[in-house]
Design a binder for this molecule. Structure first.
Ligand code: SF4
Ligand code: SF4
Length: 92
């Protein structure tokens, strides 16, 4: 079986985005004082970024892996999406 690159695997998945509930919520003040901002490097979907010195984040595209929850030193608010929403894996 042919091996697919991570980007190709992500493109196969389907996301049912919940516009009324964010399952991951950042505390902007804590993010400003966060040392190293590990979420930016650890999120496999690349959902955390730095813009004008501030961490930006978008729930859409979340793989629900929990990595950001583990690496965040400041108790990131993290839940699974509500029932019927979130990622639908289509490979493996
Ligand atoms: S690791 Fe946590 S506190 Fe630090 S920037 Fe990321 S979400 Fe914010
Ligand atoms: S749960 Fe995983 S994919 Fe979702 S934002 Fe956190 S690290 Fe990224």
């Amino acid at each position: 079986m042919k091996r697919l690159a991570p980007e190709q695997l992500l493109a196969i998945d389907k996301f049912l985005v919940d516009d009324e509930y964010r399952h991951i919520v950042l505390d902007r003040d804590k993010c400003k004082s966060c040392h190293g901002r590990p979420c930016i490097y650890a999120c496999p979907a690349g959902l955390y970024n730095l813009k004008d010195g501030e961490v930006t984040f978008d729930c859409a595209g979340c793989l629900e892996c929990g990595t950001c929850r583990v690496v965040c030193p400041q108790s990131l608010q993290w839940e699974y999406p509500r029932g019927g929403f979130g990622i639908v894996y289509r490979y493996g």
